[in-house]
Design a binder for this molecule. Structure first.
Ligand code: CMC
Length: 388
């Protein structure tokens, strides 16, 4: 009973109330729990931000050290996840496909996973999921390269530990340049949450059925696997490679305006202004290139941005660079293959997904169950197969 409206893709529907992230697309503003993304990117760390997203307040020193200690304690994955599960994939499996399945599989390793209304059990799953993402991500990468698994080194910070599991080739310890460690931490902060995006909506929809958090997060990972969501930075790198040189930029922009494809890394459903994350990422890119050397695609990207931002087509449609426009260039310069890009997005977004999942349970939300407008056949009688 009641009135309902047709709203494909929920473009004009708010599915919930939320106090996690605030987004003003016209003004280009993003805040987590009220704090501007610019301040968090400059002054905070990813794990502190994860705490903020989940608890609503910045931690005290004691709270932060106990939170970091807990997460660090849970970085290892069960040997069977690695040996029997991960190693069962085909050698050229996409690391994001491996991640989606591995996150889902984790639910079977924790008997308390379904105790979602027991505060302590719920907290344990949250810590486990945040802590194990870098381990699973690096394991998926190493496996896809035919390289041996690297165990977490819990003497390292969260981002450094991830880099170590990715790149370590010899004992005793992988040592990353502090500027790269900080760059990864900042990228993790910027990707941690973004209100009701597609994967977070998937998390909320599945979570509303009271599924365990691993299964809900696997659905969110699956959404992020899609090229329209977590795959856009890969598409940017491919596009820039195809353009090939700065001289080709005007012709490429012309062909986009004529309807031949889209400018990848441009435009956003909500931002009708410069994506605030893109501005920060552009600066991170320069810090990273100081260490790795400049990504040769950077000049093409800068030219493309300059041409598009002065073109009436893009101005009138309010199409600006989004978070993905520069992030792929950074990842590529750091040595990550393009198929790891959505995985790098998933690691920090886990904290946002879990914050939304927790909020949904605390709100005692109803099961997500939208209506439809039926446009199929009228009533008709079954026809025996011989008569069809
Ligand atoms: N290049 C060229 N034209 C574009 C682009 C683009 N990147 N994006 C939108 N337009 C045009 C579109 O053709 C349409 O023009 P017209 O009114 O003449 O038909 C108009 O702008 C409005 O587009 P829309 O498809 O209604 O916009 P949307 O809100 O449905 O799409 C989007 C948002 C992000 C899917 C789209 O801008 C796009 O495909 N961008 C490229 C892919 C990309 O960078 N994705 C990453 C998004 S940010 C990360 C994330 O949230 O996961």
């Amino acid at each position: 009973p009641g009135i309902w409206f047709l709203d494909p893709a929920l473009v004009t529907t708010a599915m919930s109330e939320s106090s996690i992230s605030y987004l003003d697309g016209e003004a280009g503003i993003l805040r987590y729990r009220g704090y501007p993304i610019e301040q968090l990117a400059e002054k905070s760390t990813y794990l502190e931000v994860a705490y903020l997203l989940l608890n609503g307040e910045l931690p005290t020193e004691d709270q932060l050290s106990s939170w970091v200690g807990e997460v660090t304690h849970h970085t290892f994955i069960h040997e069977n996840v690695r040996k029997r599960f991960l190693e069962g994939f085909h050698y050229d499996a996409h690391p994001m496909g491996i991640l989606v399945s591995a996150v889902a599989a984790l639910s079977t390793f924790y008997l308390d996973a379904k105790e979602i209304f027991d505060p302590e059990a719920r907290h344990r799953q949250i810590v486990r999921l945040i802590a194990k993402m870098p381990t699973l991500a690096a394991a998926a990468y190493r496996f896809s390269q035919g390289m041996p698994f690297v165990y977490p080194d819990n003497a390292l910070s969260f981002p450094e530990n991830f880099l170590s599991m990715m790149w370590k080739i010899a004992e005793p310890r992988y040592e990353a340049d502090p500027r790269l460690i900080r760059a990864v931490d900042v990228l993790f902060i910027l990707h941690a949450d973004h209100e009701q995006n597609c994967s977070t909506t998937a998390m909320r929809v599945v979570g509303s059925a009271h599924s365990d958090p691993y299964s809900s997060a696997a659905a969110a990972c699956a959404a992020l696997y899609g090229p329209r969501h977590g795959g856009a930075n890969e598409a940017v790198v491919k596009m820039l490679t195809e353009i090939g040189s700065m001289e080709n930029v005007p012709d490429f922009v012309r062909s986009v305006k004529e309807g031949h494809g889209r400018l990848q890394g441009f435009g956003h459903r909500v931002y009708k202004n410069y994506d605030p994350r893109a501005k920060i990422i552009k600066n991170v890119a320069y810090d990273v290139f100081d260490v790795t050397g400049k990504n040769p695609l950077l000049d093409i990207a800068l030219k493309l941005e300059e041409v598009a931002l002065s073109d009436e087509y893009f101005i009138s449609r309010k199409l600006y660079p989004n978070v993905d426009f520069y992030s792929g260039l950074i990842y590529q310069a750091m040595g990550f293959p393009v198929d790891m890009f959505p995985v790098l997005f998933a690691i920090p977004r886990m904290s946002g997904w879990l914050a939304h999942w927790q909020e949904l349970l605390d709100q005692d939300a109803k099961i997500a169950r939208p209506r439809q407008r039926y446009v199929g056949a009228e009533l008709r009688d079954f026809v025996p197969i011989a008569d069809r």
